[in-house]
Design a protein around this ligand. Structure first.
Ligand SMILES: Cc1ncc(COP(=O)(O)O)c(C=O)c1O
Length: 381
């Protein structure tokens, strides 16, 4: 990643127009990253905030977040090695995937990480062997019906299994540290976190009878970005209000942990791409770009159609009316389509540049050199 230190950190059109880098390229705003972190601290003032680095692990971004004091939710030993490079304090790290390779658990433990997610008895045995005495938290299924990416088919156990799992953890010499859930990524229901927390009241009572008092409840990620495809835009304030109301009704209040990935990083970056072709075809006007679903914007891939980004023209075309375009990436593949409904000036031409907004999450981490198109350059301002 390249640094551009003379800038005040706003990704305005004027600023982006002044950048002469070869397209396509990503630009991230350090200021926006820090503002986002501040928002999480404001709405969840006493919570532990662990950035889910799977959303974006550009080293300079990790450095900015680490220096700001944030913790990390880590998905593998490969991600962990990036944090080791930055000498991140192991006490700030949790290993959050509930099914893990045993060798990875061992590597985390040897580095000094002692907080691990799990959702089965088998996984507990694995952790007890590779990380004796560690703190463990049990992942519960959450209702993720309102979310674009749903995890409950693959991760989490039914609520009635949580207490027996934590009891077993204790028997194995592990510390029954907490309970976690994830309401699914890009959530649209502001009550989703509160509904999951409400289910935990009887579990905390049941655990008390087992002489177990948990230290934390991990309410996961899911905080949405205001994409063009977002069904409705819910705010962190709204989420926090409902969540904290439910939390205060629990029999006692453990510490809250959050794991924002998308919500921390999506709106901090843009892609600048060039139009390499303009073609009338199949009832649409197609703009082919040098950035597409494979080399830059994986979540836009047409088969899942999950994320449509806001797209604007770099060059102001004041006298041209706006019309709908279909936008395609540069590869020869039919899946490499970003959207069929971008509203852009009719006179936009080959050679013009487009700005694709809010692309910070789950984009660079999934770049794929299909057809040979490499990962774009990345700049932090
Ligand atoms: C365990 C865990 N925590 C946090 C996240 C981040 O979720 P989001 O990007 O929706 O905030 C994920 C995403 O996959 C996850 O698996």
């Amino acid at each position: 990643m390249n640094k551009n230190s003379h800038i005040d950190g706003e990704l305005t059109q004027e600023f982006l127009e002044g950048l002469q880098h070869e397209t396509p390229f990503f630009v991230f705003s350090k200021k926006q990253i820090l503002e986002n972190y501040k928002e999480y601290k404001k709405h969840f003032p006493h919570a532990m905030i662990q950035y889910a680095m799977k959303a974006n692990f550009e080293p300079e971004i990790l450095e900015v977040l680490n220096e700001a004091g944030i913790g990390f939710e880590v998905a593998s030993a490969y991600e962990l090695r990036m944090l080791k490079e930055l000498k991140v304090d192991p006490k700030k790290i949790v290993y959050g995937t509930s099914v893990k390779p045993a060798s990875h658990i061992k590597e985390f433990f040897e580095y000094g990480v002692d907080r691990f997610a799990f959702d089965t008895f088998d996984e507990l045995a694995k952790i007890a062997a590779a990380a004796p005495g560690a703190r463990v938290y049990a992942r519960m299924i959450a209702n993720d019906a309102g979310s674009v990416f749903q995890f409950s088919e693959k991760f989490g156990t039914e609520v009635e299994n949580i207490a027996p799992l934590l009891e077993r953890a204790k028997e194995l010499g592990l510390q029954p540290y907490g309970i976690s859930f994830h309401v699914g990524s890009q959530a649209s229901n502001p009550m989703a976190w509160a509904s999951a927390i409400e289910k935990l009241a009887p579990v905390l009572e049941q655990l008390k009878k087992m002489d177990i008092e948990i230290e934390m409840i991990n309410i996961g990620g899911g905080y949405p970005c205001a994409y063009a495809s977002a069904e409705k835009n819910i705010t962190l304030e709204e989420i926090a209000e409902h969540t904290m109301k439910a939390f205060k009704k629990l029999p006692y209040q453990p510490k809250i942990m959050l794991e924002p990935g998308r919500g921390m990083i999506a709106n901090t970056g843009v892609v600048v791409a060039s139009i390499i072709g303009k073609v009338e075809r199949s009832g649409n006007t197609w703009l082919f770009l040098d950035a597409g679903a494979y080399n830059a914007l994986y979540e836009a891939m047409v088969f899942q159609g999950s994320t449509r980004y806001h797209i604007t023209s770099m060059r102001p075309l004041y006298n041209s009316k706006e019309v709908l375009f279909a936008i395609a990436g540069p590869t020869g593949d039919s899946l490499d389509v970003l959207t069929r409904e971008a509203l852009l000036p009719q006179d936009i031409e080959v050679g013009d540049k487009l700005i694709i907004h809010d692309v910070g999450a789950y984009s660079l981490v999934a770049c794929n050199p299909f057809n040979g198109f490499p990962k774009p350059s990345v700049y932090l301002v």
